[in-house]
Design a protein around this ligand. Structure first.
Ligand SMILES: C[S@@+](CC[C@H](N)C(=O)[O-])C[C@H]1O[C@@H](n2cnc3c(N)ncnc32)[C@H](O)[C@@H]1O
Length: 251
């Protein structure tokens, strides 16, 4: 995973340098987000220009940059990978704080909205991560997540570093961390705009052209192919979560 979220992050920023700024958001969302998914999260969480939004595990910053452009918000980005944080600065001229979601450098109740997109299934101590997201969220504030969830027939190999919760486990984890459930919904599918897809393909082509012979690229490609097999065979589904911090929850 260090390759995927580290080395490939730097390579992606290089590719955006060559292709132009209009490729940055798409390149920065490589892997998880597209406009329909992000719009679902933004609307569910009622993101607006005044929202204090924290994106935990922000990766290359595409989701946060999309929210800034589409909803006028000024998000705070956190990711534990230094290379990803550097790529955010290069691609979006924004700073990203290098920290793990389990130990966030923020005061209690600091944010109106916390996003955590495609991260929970890469973290072993899920209760610790969710408790920390809850701690920094104000009571009544919104948690928006995209989580890869295991179906009952999961039998294929899982890329290491991933531990997919079942839908029931996810519901329990979120509630135990101090949230009240609002919605769990499968990600909207088949609605990626043509231009978005064209740019994503262009980024992938250029990455493959430049680094296709590099074992680190091959490792990252192998991991994405394993994930896409799990998704297309529905052994795993991508679920969107909206929950709110319960008013009585600690702190
Ligand atoms: C699949 S990527 C998703 C990136 C981004 N949220 C997106 O949607 O494009 C998972 C991200 O989680 C980050 N991550 C891994 N462990 C983490 C942790 N303990 N706390 C916060 N982020 C973590 C990785 O560095 C990586 O950037």
């Amino acid at each position: 995973m260090a390759v995927e979220f580290g080395t490939v992050a730097e390579w992606t920023a290089d590719v955006v340098d060559e292709l132009g700024d209009e490729y940055a958001i798409v390149a920065g969302c490589r892997g998880s987000g597209d406009p329909a998914l992000l719009d679902w999260l933004a609307q569910a969480c009622e993101v607006g220009p005044e929202s204090a939004l924290l994106d935990v595990g922000a990766g290359l910053g595409g989701a946060a940059a999309w929210a800034a452009e589409a909803y006028g918000v000024n998000p705070v980005l956190v990711d534990p990978m230094e290379a990803a944080c550097r790529a955010v600065r290069r691609m979006f001229d924004r700073s990203a704080v290098c920290a793990r979601g389990e130990t966030l450098p923020y005061a209690d109740n600091r944010f109106d909205v916390v996003w955590c997109i495609g991260v929970l299934c890469t973290v072993h101590d899920k209760p610790a991560l969710l408790r920390e997201l809850c701690r920094v969220l104000r009571p009544g504030g919104s948690l928006g997540m995209m989580v890869l969830v295991a179906g009952s027939g999961l039998h294929s190999e899982v890329p290491d570093g991933n531990e997919f919760p079942s839908a029931d486990e996810l519901r329990g984890l979120v509630a135990e961390a101090g949230f009240a459930w609002r919605r769990l919904s499968e990600t909207p599918s088949g609605s990626t705009p043509t231009e978005w897809r064209r740019r994503a393909d262009r980024v992938d082509e250029l990455l493959a052209k430049r680094h296709g012979d590099d074992p680190r690229w091959q490792e990252s490609e192998q991991r994405s192919q394993m994930l896409s097999h799990l998704l297309t065979t529905r052994q795993v589904t991508a679920q969107l979560v909206h929950a709110v911090k319960s008013v009585g929850s600690v702190p």
